[in-house]
Design a protein around this ligand. Structure first.
Ligand SMILES: [Zn+2]
Length: 85
C-alpha cells in the first residue's frame, strides 16, 4: 500500500507483509516528519520490493515478492532457457 507524508507529500510504498493491522508511527525519510498512519484493511495492494519506509529500510534485507510476481519470474526464466536451448 502507499502512504504519503502529510508535510512534503513524499510517497512510500509498504510491502503488504509489513503493513500492521491498525496504525503505527511512521517517519518521512525526506523531511523527518513523524505521524501516526492508520492502515486498516487493504486487500488489493501488491507487495513491492525494496521500499523506502523507515520500517522496511531497517527490517527488510531482501526484496519481498508476491506469489504472482514469483510465478511471472519463473515463467520468464523458463522462456529464456527455452530460447537459449
Ligand atoms: Zn516528508
Amino acid at each position: 500500500m502507499e502512504i504519503f507524508c502529510p508535510t512534503c507529500r513524499e510517497g512510500y510504498r509498504i510491502p503488504c507483509m509489513r503493513v500492521p493491522k491498525t496504525s503505527r508511527m511512521v517517519m518521512c525519510n525526506s523531511c523527518g516528519t513523524a505521524w501516526k498512519q492508520f492502515f486498516g484493511a487493504e486487500p488489493n495492494f501488491i507487495a513491492s520490493a525494496l521500499d523506502q519506509s523507515v520500517e522496511t529500510q531497517r527490517e527488510v534485507r531482501r526484496p519481498i515478492y508476491s506469489k504472482a510476481v514469483l510465478q511471472v519470474l519463473r515463467e520468464e526464466a523458463a522462456l529464456e532457457a527455452k530460447l537459449r536451448a
